[in-house]
Ligand binder design. Structure first.
Ligand code: NDP
Length: 500
């Protein structure tokens, strides 16, 4: 490797990794009651780089009580909206000041390219933080004319007000730990709630650093708490805790359903952002270069570990051979290497277990004699690499045809026409995102309403924005994140009726 392409790890990052980490409760680090720890590995080497607490039930209980006490005290929930906004904007400024440190931590724990960590985990998160901070001062209800006829002559004025919902449990996956973590923290804080957030046990480090920065920004003690630990124990205790009023979960559909089932007992409010098996439909009149550029990024960004990633590409017959050849060239041209190498385009996936899971899908396809085109061989060593792969005209019997692989594996399927593409695209339990590629406006306008997905892009893919609501149809989730109505999910609406 050319040495100059390798990012030099900051001293502050090295120092953070070496720390003995606790749990962030009531505005500071505390020792856990649990003596168990969890190793954090660098996916590029397979070596342990840090260790965190594996919190037990008592630890989670302490964090929830801290959040609940802070909420009831009104120290944040009853603060003027403009004051909350100011604190949250300061919080964003602190992320900006520590941008490189957080980007490097993310690459080291998650494996992704430092370029992606800088641009998305930090850069995009900053946009989201400032957008959400601004929502603090935009919370509003409505005044309502009512027609209550009794007692005779009485008049009423009615209005609704939005009130912070209480303690929020934020559960975060490992693919974009900082960005998705802040998608839980920011709306909760903007609405005036308190939060206990649980990052994935694989990738807790950036959110741990953000907990400290929240206090530095002026978020009062107890309003932002963070617990680390395994999903079943730490996550399970948090999401079933009676003092938790709202769960905001991003992760797999299996875990989401499990949490939804347990939330029913207390009717805990719930937002679920779940998995996807997202189709792209390429019509014969699409611009081939635009398709290749857009879908190479839309499919292989972060090694395909993106809930919104395109993983099933349906191409109208006249363009199929040309595009299949272009995709093959592009995939074979991708360089593989560690995330800290700025020139590496494909980096390791997040964990050994996930590497094995993606490899198992490819092995199944190979066993069933699928046509697989793979990219360059993976670097020597113990990094969790998977070579980017295309599977051509996959048989319905392959495991990867319907299941979310969540890796650098994409299927290319020849279809006779748009009608066949729509039928195949919608033939999925998921409905998170989709894209349509065409230069014909009429085709786009006709087909968009027929696609069963929460987001449909035309001539692009995976381009999300703080002002563009995001969420799933079908088993890809419930509720919408982002947009001007985002805080509705973190507030209760109270109707007030005044007789006068
Ligand atoms: P998981 O569902 O395995 O885990 C998500 C989070 O839930 C982790 O923090 C995990 O902890 C925790 N968890 C696991 N079991 C429980 C439980 N019983 N109770 C409470 N919490 C629990 O998903 P992954 O981390 O593997 O993430 C990948 C998935 O996330 C993919 O399906 C992807 O599509 C989806 N995703 C969806 C997005 C969207 O916006 N729709 C965005 C990004 C990802 P631990 O890691 O410690 O086990």
């Amino acid at each position: 490797m050319n040495r100059s392409n390798k990012v030099v790890t900051l001293d502050s990052v090295i120092a953070f990794l070496k720390r003995t980490h606790g749990l962030y409760i009531n505005g500071g680090w505390v020792d856990a009651q649990s003596r168990d720890t969890l190793p954090i590995y660098d996916p590029a080497t397979g070596l342990q780089i840090a260790s965190t607490v594996d919190a037990n039930q008592q630890d989670v209980e302490r964090a929830v009580l801290s959040a609940h006490k802070a909420f009831l005290s009104g120290v944040w929930s009853r603060r003027l909206p403009a004051e909350r906004e100011r604190v949250l904007l300061r919080y964003a400024d602190l992320l900006e000041q520590h941008a490189e440190e957080l980007a490097q931590l993310e690459t080291l724990e998650q494996g992704k390219s430092i370029n992606i960590a800088r641009a998305f985990e930090v850069g995009s998160t900053l946009n989201w933080m400032r957008y959400t901070a601004g929502l603090s001062t935009k919370i509003c209800g409505r005044t309502l004319d009512v027609s209550i006829p009794i007692p005779e002559g009485a008049r009423y004025t009615a209005y609704t007000r939005k009130e912070p919902i209480g303690v929020v449990a934020g559960i975060v996956p490992w693919n974009f730990p900082l960005m998705i973590g802040m998608w839980k923290v920011m709306p909760a804080l903007a609405a005036g709630c308190s939060i206990v957030v649980k990052p994935s046990e694989l990738t807790p480090l950036t959110l741990m650093r953000m907990a400290e920065l929240a206090t530095e920004a002026g978020v009062p003690d107890g309003v932002f708490n963070l617990v680390t630990g395994r999903g079943a124990v730490c996550g399970g205790t948090l999401t079933t805790h009676p003092l938790v009023s709202k769960i905001s979960f991003t992760g797999s559909t299996v875990t989401g359903k499990h949490i939804a089932r347990s939330a029913v007992d207390r009717l805990t409010r719930l937002s679920l952002e779940l998995g996807g098996k997202n189709p792209s439909i390429v019509l014969a009149d699409a611009d081939p270069q635009q398709v290749i550029e857009g879908l190479m990024m839309g499919s292989f960004l972060n090694q395909g570990q993106v809930c919104a990633a395109s993983s099933r590409i349906y191409i109208e017959a006249p363009l199929f051979d040309r595009l299949a050849a272009d995709f093959e060239l592009a995939v074979k041209g991708l360089s593989l290497g560690p995330g800290m190498d700025m020139t590496a385009q494909i980096n390791p996936v997040a964990s050994r277990a996930h590497q094995q899971s993606v490899q198992a899908y490819l092995a199944d396809a190979q066993d069933k004699r699928a046509e697989i085109i793979s990219g360059k061989s993976v670097p020597a060593g113990d990094g969790y690499y998977v070579s980017p792969s295309l599977v051509i005209n996959p048989d319905p019997g392959l495991l990867l045809t319907r299941n979310e692989v969540f890796g650098p594996v994409v299927t290319l399927t020849r279809v006779a026409n748009a009608q066949e593409a729509i039928i195949q695209a919608n033939d999925s339990d998921y409905g998170l995102t989709a894209s349509l590629w065409t230069t014909n406006l009429k085709s786009a306008m006709d087909l968009v309403p027929r696609i069963e997905a929460g987001t449909v892009w035309v001539n692009s893919h995976t381009l999300i924005d703080a002002n563009l609501p995001f969420g799933g149809f079908k088993q890809s989730g419930t509720g919408r994140d982002f947009g001007v109505d985002w805080l509705d999910a973190y507030t209760e609406s109270k109707s007030v009726c005044i007789r006068h």
